[in-house]
Design a protein around this ligand. Sequence first.
Ligand code: COA
Length: 167
Amino acid sequence: MSERMIRQATPDDRTAILELNTRAFGQPDEANIITKLEKDGDILVELVAHEGDQILGHILFYPIGVFGKLGAIGLGPMCVDPWVQREGIGSSLVTQGLNLVREQGAPLVFVLGHKEYYPRFGFSEEATAEFQTPLKGPHFMAIRFRFGPPMSGRLVFPAAFGIADLA
Ligand SMILES: CC(C)(COP(=O)(O)OP(=O)(O)OC[C@H]1O[C@@H](n2cnc3c(N)ncnc32)[C@H](O)[C@@H]1OP(=O)(O)O)[C@@H](O)C(=O)NCCC(=O)NCCS
């Protein structure tokens, strides 16, 4: 029996990744965002959890512009196959993904997601205090890896998310 592992996603995984996201979210919206992120060259890091040939989970990271300043990173979409949720796969994807972008020098990472899920990895709403975006609220969180730029500013998301830019 093969082991569960995490690896970088490859172009050959694309169909399985889109199908998994559609199933896990129960709608095609996230799969459509992923397709557009890829088309626009806006995927920075993408990992899959797998067991042999079967993709069980997925996470990606994308660039966030901070108007007039050094940029940041965004996490998501991420998902785990409904059949194997609550077995730690999501946590492994988040932890390994954060380690990777941290090693690559990311100062901070934002996420829009479940407010009961991401704080366990160090995300907090407070860490978003000095940043402006229409997404702000309890579901919008950040984790800071190091003190330094960007410390504040207006966030600019990839077009795939269709988020209005605050003028
Ligand atoms: C959220 C998700 C990625 C978690 O993956 P997972 O492999 O089940 O997570 P883990 O096994 O590492 O962790 C399980 C924990 O996550 C919590 N969790 C799962 N879904 C949650 C949700 N919707 N809201 C809050 N917490 C959630 C569980 O309560 C569990 O908490 P516990 O450890 O205190 O019991 C997975 O449930 C999923 O794909 N959901 C559908 C898509 C989705 O919502 N993606 C995230 C968008 S922000």
